[in-house]
Design a binder for this molecule. Structure first.
Ligand SMILES: Cc1cc2nc3c(=O)[nH]c(=O)nc-3n(C[C@H](O)[C@H](O)[C@H](O)COP(=O)(O)O)c2cc1C
Length: 395
């Protein structure tokens, strides 16, 4: 994941400094070159030896090296960095960086680097809520530094509130975003639907489909990584929620319709990746219906969300189409009838495409008549291909 990337990890004197060991270890497992620098206070909490062993590199603790060592520590670290992450970051170090103070190896490296900087604060709630700390964090954000918000919960000092170092997963996600993503969707709102819908037969049974939600979740995640404000309308799936994405869970097609149509006009891009059931049961039962009482199920059509969205279209609208035969023919019919800007069509029985896989193979059919054949790729890569094309349509 971080092959050929150098991540400089700066550690400051917080009780959470021990968690930097886990961060360094995880980055190494993801193939990053890791260089660690730490403040004098950080050495009170974790030894350089631990970090040296985990990073398989020497650790910089001192600005002023003994005579004979010609390399200037902070300058060489700053130049080597593809990205710098300071985790945990004390109130003190945040204040120093915000004010342009560079009096130790970590702040000097932060001052000297041209690489993106990620800062993960960790401190007592009163320190975190202190006006001056908040002002400093705002200053850093304005300078393009990525702040990984601390968590709320029980703090090391025994109090409860916001200030606990963010989860290592979230710090890694921010490093990943900082390294790989151009924030080309900042200021844009993206609505994505994902997963299956369920239609009740009785209070126990329902009709659904095999959608895993992976494609829609990939679109939501990538849009968020590119800086968009994302709303995900999701059917029941077993995927973890995506931090930073507003997720609304729904059950039936009617609920998905109400949620999406109610919010549609607030968005710049709508990607309809959910597998919405076409039918609902008319003769539903209350409680658990006895087998002998369910003779036939009467079905009626659900409202068509894509068709409704295609009527006014104040946004870039992307539909999905999944077929087991005559893919191109059915997809172009859907394109004509429902009026999305383009439709992403995949063949359910093709190996590497479809519901629960991590890859997809699709054709993209445009209103202009152009048809693109995309090779097999991960759902994340496909999500970016979709967003690239949607971006061109933005007014
Ligand atoms: C036990 C202990 C825990 C501390 N934990 C934190 C902390 O979580 N966050 C913080 O901002 N400061 C914390 N401090 C205070 C900092 O260590 C202190 O401000 C120090 O000057 C920070 O130096 P540095 O920013 O150069 O690493 C703690 C101090 C002690 C003694």
């Amino acid at each position: 994941m971080f092959i050929d990337k150098t991540v400089v990890v700066g550690i400051s004197g917080s009780i959470a400094a021990y968690k930097a060991a886990e961060l360094v270890s995880r980055l190494k497992k993801m193939h990053a070159r890791v260089r660690v620098c730490m403040t004098k206070a950080a050495e009170e909490f974790i030894t350089p030896l631990t970090l040296q062993s985990l990073s398989q590199n020497s650790v910089a603790c001192d600005m002023f090296l003994p005579a004979g060592k010609w390399e200037i520590g902070h300058v060489s670290l700053a130049a080597a960095a593809d990205i710098m992450v300071i985790a945990p970051a004390t109130a003190n170090i945040i204040g120093k960086i915000a004010c342009g103070i560079a009096d130790d190896i970590v702040t000097s490296t932060a001052m000297a680097t041209k690489a993106k900087i990620v800062i993960a604060p960790a401190m007592n709630i009163n320190m975190y809520e202190n006006e001056v700390v908040q002002e400093n964090i705002e200053k850093l954000k304005k300078r393009g530094i990525i702040i990984v918000e601390p968590e709320s919960g029980r703090l090391a000092c025994g109090t409860f509130g916001k200030g606990r170092l963010a989860e290592i997963d979230d710090i890694i996600e921010s490093i990943y975003e900082g390294l790989l993503y151009e924030k080309d969707l900042i200021g844009k709102r993206v609505l994505v639907t994902a997963g299956p819908t369920r239609e009740k037969i009785d209070d126990i049974r329902f009709i659904t489909n095999h959608s895993s939600g992976k494609m829609g979740y990939a679109v939501a995640r990538e849009a968020k990584r590119r800086g968009a404000a994302v709303t995900l309308v999701s059917g029941k799936v077993s995927l973890a929620p995506i931090k930073g994405v507003e997720t609304i869970y729904v059950d039936t097609a009617q609920q998905m319709y109400n949620t999406v149509i109610g919010r549609a006009d607030d968005n710049d891009i709508i990607v309809k990746a959910a597998a919405v059931g076409d039918f609902k049961v008319k003769n539903t039962f209350t409680g658990k219906a006895k087998k002998e009482n369910i003779k036939t199920l009467e079905l009626e059509r659900n409202p068509d969300i894509l068709f409704e969205l295609g009527k006014t279209k104040k946004y870039a609208l992307i539909g999905f189409c999944m077929e087991t035969e005559e893919l191109e023919m059915y997809a172009s019919q859907k394109l004509k009838e429902k009026n999305p800007d383009f439709i992403v069509a995949n063949d359910l029985i093709m190996e590497g495409a479809g519901f629960a896989t991590d890859t997809n193979i699709v054709k993209i059919l445009h209103q202009s008549g152009e048809i693109e054949d995309l090779p097999i790729m991960s759902k994340s890569d496909l999500a970016n291909e979709i967003l690239d094309r949607a971006k061109i349509l933005l007014k």
